[in-house]
Design a protein around this ligand. Structure first.
Ligand code: 13P
Length: 251
């Protein structure tokens, strides 16, 4: 399957810095790339992305993504952004359940599943993030934790899970420079694939991305694994040369 390389800019960017980063990305990408590419950028810059994408042929193949979406459709939820709003701005993807949202904003498995449902209902692809803490890994609970997180999403989304993307992001590997080893990542991905297979006859086409200190140096090894279908890239997506190198390593 075509791999997906998605950048998660997190809370980074300025109008000027975005022009430089997206311009460099456009210059380095042809109108077509073998991999699918997305950038999940802060909401205030979605309009800017659309203007730049109209100017740069190199951004034609780059999809826009959000970093979160509300679990509610509309109404009195101050500060929240609805799936309909994401759709209005041309978002193709919405990250849901990133560990930073689970940790700092108290998002539960049920809330994450409802967010995925909102994205799906509006024709977008939720990138559902899962992952264990270092403490959980050391206690031998990795499979149990990611299984529970994914099960919540499968439970309320039924056959629609064929349209999701899963991202395995071990929390201890995020922003730490400590990547999961190729074996550790593939092992968890294979388990997630089994779980998806039990829920869907089309599980082979559901992308499972790896995230956590993926960079230009380690991307090729990770992306060569049977059950690793792409990457969710934090820090390295903020440097055009690094992000382009990761895209170049994808198939
Ligand atoms: P880093 O690539 O900076 O470790 O971040 C990974 C991540 O959290 C992507 O969502």
């Amino acid at each position: 399957m075509t791999q997906l390389i998605a950048g998660n800019w997190k809370m980074n960017g300025t109008l000027d810095a975005n022009v430089a980063l997206l311009g460099a990305l456009a210059a380095g990408l042809g109108p077509q790339t073998p991999a699918q590419v997305a950038v999940c950028i802060p909401a205030p810059y979605w309009a800017q992305f659309r203007v730049l994408a109209a100017q740069h042929p190199g951004l034609k193949a780059v999809a826009l993504g959000a970093q979160d979406v509300s679990a509610h459709a509309s109404g009195a939820y101050t500060g929240e952004l609805s799936a309909a709003m994401l759709k209005d701005f041309g978002c193709r993807y919405a990250i849901v359940g990133h560990s930073e949202r689970r940790q700092y904003h108290g998002e539960t498995d049920a809330v994450v599943a409802a967010k995925a449902q909102q994205a799906l209902a509006h024709g977008m692809t939720p990138i559902v993030c899962l992952g264990e803490t270092l403490e959980q890994r050391e206690a031998g609970q990795t499979f149990e934790v990611v299984k529970r997180q994914l099960a919540a999403v499968i439970h309320i989304n039924g056959h629609c899970i064929n349209e999701i993307v899963v991202a395995y992001e071990p929390i201890w590997a995020i922003g730490t420079g400590k990547t999961a080893s190729i074996e550790q990542a593939q092992e968890v991905h294979a388990r997630l694939r089994e779980q998806l297979k039990a829920a869907s006859a089309q599980a082979e086409r559901i992308k499972i991305l790896y995230g956590g200190s993926m960079n230009a140096g380690n991307a090729a090894g990770l992306l060569a694994q049977a059950d690793i279908d792409g990457g969710l890239i934090g820090g390295a997506s903020l440097k055009a040369a690094d992000f382009l190198a990761i895209i170049g390593a994808a198939r």
